[in-house]
Design a protein around this ligand. Structure first.
Ligand code: ADP
Length: 300
C-alpha cells in the first residue's frame, strides 16, 4: 500500500491522537476549545488533500498534483486564519491587563507566531493567485472606475505602514484621466503591491504615487521610492515568482514572499498594460504601469 493510502486509512486515528495529545498538554490549556475545534474540523481535510498530493497513482498527472496542492492550500487557510485570529485576540486581551506587564516578553513569542501565520497566509493566497492565472481562471471585470477614490482607499490602508517607518507618502493624481474603464479590484491589487513594496524597501525619505493620462488611449501610474534600489542584473528577474533580490536577513524583516511582482505583472498583462522599472542601488526605484484607458475582458 502506498503512503497516501496508509494516510487515508489512518486519518481518524491521527485526528484522535492529535486531539488527545493537545488535551494532555497543559501548556495550551488557554486555547483548548479552539485547538480541539480547529483540529477536529480542519485536520481531516488537510490530511485528505495531502494524501492526494502524495498519491503514487496520480503522480504522473501533473495537473492533478497542481489541483491537489491548490486544494491543500485552500484547506490550510481555515486553521491558519483561526490561529492568527485567536493569537490576535489573546494579545489584545493581555495588553489590556496592566498586572501582566511583566509577561510582555512572553507576548513577543505570540507576536512572532502571528507574524509567521500572516506570512504563510499571504504565501498561500499569492500562490493560489498565481495558479489561478496559470489555469486561465483570472478573469477581468472591467467597469467605469473612480481612480481617485480607489487610490484614496488604498492609501488609507497603506498609510500606517509608511508612518511606522517615518516615510512621507505623497500622492499626486491631479492629471488622472476623466474616464477609466478597468477592473477596480485588480487595479487595487496592483497599487497595493507596488506601494507596500516601495515602503518595505525604503529606509528613509519618501514614497510617491503619481498618476496621469499619457495619451488619447493610455494612462499611467508610477510609484517612486527613495529606497535601497535594485541591482541592474536583478531587474529583469524581479517579476519571476519567488525571486528576491535581498534576503530577509539583509532586510531585517521577514514579510516578503517573492510573489507580489509576479502577480502584478500577470495582472498588468491581463489588462493589456505594460510595467517598467527604473532603479539605482541606494538611490531608489520607480515602477511605472501603463494601462489602456479602456480595459477589455478577454473573450473565451
Ligand atoms: P517580495 O515579497 O520579496 O517583496 P516581490 O515579488 O514583490 O516579492 O518583489 C521581488 C523582489 O524585487 C523583492 O524581493 C525585492 O528584492 C525587489 N523589489 C521589489 N520592489 C522593490 C522596491 N520598490 N525597491 C527595491 N527592491 C524591490
Amino acid at each position: 500500500m502506498d503512503f497516501s493510502q496508509t494516510l487515508i486509512h489512518k486519518i481518524d486515528a491521527i485526528v484522535d491522537q492529535w486531539v488527545e495529545a493537545v488535551y494532555e498538554d497543559e501548556q495550551i490549556e488557554a486555547t483548548k476549545e479552539l485547538t480541539f475545534k480547529a483540529v477536529r474540523d480542519s485536520l481531516p481535510k488537510v490530511l485528505t488533500a495531502l494524501a492526494t498530493v502524495l498519491s503514487e497513482s496520480e503522480k504522473s498527472d501533473l495537473q492533478t498534483v497542481k489541483d491537489s496542492l491548490s486544494q491543500l492550500a485552500h484547506e490550510l487557510k481555515t486553521p491558519l486564519t483561526s490561529i492568527i485570529g485567536y493569537a490576535d485576540l489573546f494579545l489584545r486581551q493581555h495588553r489590556q491587563k496592566p498586572e501582566l506587564k511583566d509577561s510582555y516578553t512572553n507576548l513577543e513569542s505570540i507576536e512572532r507566531v502571528m507574524r509567521s501565520g500572516r506570512l504563510i497566509l499571504r504565501l498561500i493566497n499569492d500562490t493560489l493567485e498565481i495558479s489561478r492565472y496559470d489555469a486561465g481562471r483570472m478573469i477581468l471585470q472591467p467597469t467605469v472606475t473612480d481612480v481617485r477614490g480607489l487610490i484614496n482607499s488604498v492609501v488609507e490602508i497603506i498609510e500606517p505602514l509608511a508612518r511606522n517607518k517615518e516615510l512621507a507618502l505623497v500622492v499626486d493624481y491631479d492629471r488622472v484621466p476623466d474616464r477609466v474603464i478597468t477592473d477596480p479590484l485588480r487595479l487595487q491589487q496592483i497599487i497595493t503591491n507596488l506601494l507596500s513594496n516601495a515602503i518595505r524597501y525604503t529606509k528613509s525619505g519618501s514614497v510617491r504615487l503619481h498618476c496621469e493620462k499619457v495619451s488619447e488611449e493610455q494612462w499611467a501610474i508610477s510609484v517612486i521610492d527613495s529606497g535601497i534600489g535594485i541591482p541592474l542584473d536583478a531587474q529583469s528577474q524581479i517579476f519571476n515568482p519567488y525571486f528576491r533580490a535581498v534576503s530577509d536577513r539583509e532586510l531585517q524583516s521577514s514579510d516578503g514572499t517573492g510573489l507580489g511582482l509576479a502577480i502584478v505583472s500577470h495582472l498588468v498583462e491581463l489588462m493589456h498594460g505594460e510595467i517598467k522599472v527604473v532603479s539605482q542601488p541606494e538611490q531608489g526605484s520607480t515602477f511605472t504601469v501603463i494601462f489602456p484607458l479602456e480595459a477589455i475582458a478577454r473573450e473565451d
